[in-house]
Design a protein around this ligand. Structure first.
Ligand code: AMP
Ligand code: GLY
Length: 424
């Protein structure tokens, strides 16, 4: 099978790694990929979706997997399908579950799916009146995509009003903030749960936990994610059952009924409050760095999972996961997440410890290959050190042993990834 992976992050690299160990996969392309994906396959510089579809047709690519949300929201899946190509991901219409917070919240409300009480509006007066009905902290969200930055947790009503004003005036997020969602704050712990969906059927992946804040102890600014692990012991059978019955099924049935069956990754941002799961948000793609810890747990061939899902035949597949744990530690560049950093050469010590070598690996993200053939840290999140083990502790220790082997100027990482699980 010839497979094309769209995207350039650690997420796409880890999908590439899973495809590479699948004997059914002959060749992998990445569009655009990064400075390390060229070791797993071939990088393409084609940017335009139609041009990429033409390339896929010409090369006889059997399956395209889309990593990031932007091309999905732009309709890459629709374009590939018009050309008769097989592609894994939601249509532009279905991708609104991520592309518009208002669409998502209204969808949840229509289908009785548990979520925080909210108001959607483009009027500051209405937002302000609703804010008066809520206890602080209060959550204010821009409707559109803001690269993960459009959510403000305001510690007081006054600050919630300021956030709403900033968004509605277009000052904070431009057009994406011209409509907003104001909602109650849910106090609990967060999970990332992923379901691979084929429009009707689905496979739920082991639940993961992401660490969004820059610093240890969940302090500092929000980032794309500084580490993740799976499966998390913070989820039990009852939470899985609730998610299944009250969230995933109604979502797939609802999307089908509304004429936009959902194919792709349904990423549920879940807040567990007193043992009950509430949906904070949907994304329509894998989380990054969650994908980097989930792909190594996939025992079944990756091509089977994604191809069957893309062709509406998941019910024929029996997808298995290893009964193990994975922990991923993000190594970021010096000025992340504030601004870009000087390129820094990455040096990775040779790993002599055989057990470590077998049970750990790197998923490369913000890296470029220099003209000298060396790898340089050029992005914010540079790479993810992944450790695998029979327990979270063992996986975590291996991930951090690997971190110790990786060097670049200004590197930073959290030293407490998976702490909630280890305390549990
Ligand atoms: P979102 O992009 O909607 O997931 O929001 C980003 C982050 O803000 C989430 O991962 C949560 O940590 C936090 N968040 C969003 N909505 C709420 C809420 N209603 N209550 C508490 N925290 C929230
Ligand atoms: N790690 C969270 C995300 O990818 O949105």
């Amino acid at each position: 099978m010839k497979v094309l992976v769209v995207g350039s992050g650690g997420r796409e690299y880890s999908i590439g790694l899973a495809l590479q160990r699948d004997p059914a996969v002959e060749k992998i392309w990445f569009a655009p990929g990064n400075g390390a994906t060229d070791e797993l396959g071939e990088n393409l510089s084609i940017k335009e979706h139609r041009e990429l579809a033409a390339f896929a047709k010409e090369e006889g690519i059997d399956l395209t997997i889309v990593g990031p949300e932007a091309p999905l929201v732009e309709g890459i899946v629709d374009i590939f399908k018009e050309e008769g190509l097989t592609i894994f991901g939601p249509s532009a219409q279905a991708a609104q579950l991520e592309g518009s917070k208002i669409f998502m919240k209204n969808f949840l409300a229509r289908h009785g799916i548990p979520t925080a009480r909210y108001l959607e509006t483009d009027s500051f007066e209405k937002a302000s009146a609703f804010i008066d009905t809520l206890e602080a902290p209060i959550v204010v969200k821009a409707d559109g995509l803001c690269a993960g930055k459009g959510v403000i947790i305001a510690p007081s009503r006054e600050e919630a009003r300021e956030a709403a004003q900033g968004m509605l005036s277009g000052e904070s997020f431009g057009e994406a903030g011209s409509r907003i969602v104001v909602e109650e704050f849910l106090d609990g712990y967060e999970l990332s749960v992923f379901a691979i969906c084929d429009g009707k059927d689905y496979v739920v992946l082991p639940a993961a936990q992401d660490h969004k804040r820059l610093l240890n102890g969940d302090k500092g600014p929000n980032t794309g994610g500084m580490g993740a692990y799976a499966p998390t012991p913070l989820v039990n059978e009852s939470i899985y059952r609730e998610l299944d019955e009250r969230v995933i099924r109604p979502t797939l049935e609802g999307m089908e009924k509304e004429g936009m069956p959902f194919t792709g990754v349904l990423f549920m941002g879940v807040m567990v409050v007193e043992g009950e799961p509430y949906i904070l948000e949907y994304n329509v793609r894998f989380g990054d760095p969650e994908c980097e810890v989930l792909m190594p747990l996939l025992k079944s061939p990756a091509s089977e999972l994604f191809y069957k899902a893309a062709t509406g035949r998941l019910s024929e597949a029996s997808i298995e996961f290893y009964d193990r744990y994975a922990v991923g530690v993000v190594m970021a560049s010096k000025n992340y997440p504030y601004r870009s950093s000087e390129p820094a050469e990455i040096i990775i010590d040779e790993i002599h410890h055989e057990e470590l070598a077998r049970n750990s690996h790197i998923s490369f993200a913000g890296v470029s290959r220099g003209e000298d053939g060396k790898l340089y840290a050029t992005g914010g999140r540079v790479l993810v050190c992944v450790g695998l083990g029979e327990s979270i502790r063992e996986a975590r220790d291996r991930a951090y042993m690997l971190v110790g082997q990786v060097h670049f100027a200004g590197k930073q990482c959290r030293t407490d990834i998976a702490y909630q699980a280890l305390e549990a």
